[in-house]
Design a protein around this ligand. Structure first.
Ligand code: 5GP
Ligand code: ZN
Length: 116
């Protein structure tokens, strides 16, 4: 899929509306349209990266920023003490359906382990 057709690039470009909870020069965080938990937020890099397999040397800071932003948003959402889950699915077998990497931040209910 090209960047032009990418759903999350459209959110980055402002061509598709999203309920944005946080953004900076590197990343955007917005509420999942079909939440799987009372709080379900997706964190994406502004830059199009299709899958985790496409992360490269030089993306260390980007990857860390996504993770750190998730912890800050979790705190803002009141999830830090009770707990939350962050997940990044890579490719079809893991359930990736949008091919622009995104970190799922989910909380507000008890999670089971292992995931299905
Ligand atoms: P994946 O299955 O790729 O790990 O996760 C994709 C996520 O994107 C799903 O949880 C899905 O509900 C969410 N999603 C798909 N389309 C849209 C959209 O247009 N807007 C928002 N906010 N979320 C979307
Ligand atoms: Zn994209």
């Amino acid at each position: 899929m090209s960047e032009q057709d990418c759903l999350f690039c459209k959110i980055v470009n402002g061509d598709l509306a999203a309920d944005i909870v946080y953004e900076n020069d590197t990343l955007i965080a917005f509420r999942d349209i079909d939440p799987k938990a009372p709080t379900h937020i997706l964190l994406i890099p502004r830059r199009h990266i299709a899958t985790m397999n496409d992360l490269q040397d030089g993306d260390e800071s980007l990857s860390g920023e996504l993770l750190l932003a998730a912890t800050r948003i979790a705190a803002d959402e009141g999830l830090a003490d009770e707990g939350y889950r962050v997940v990044m699915n890579c490719n079809a077998a893991a359930g990736q359906s949008v091919f622009h990497i995104h970190l799922h931040l989910m909380g507000g209910r008890t999670m089971t382990w292992p995931p299905g």
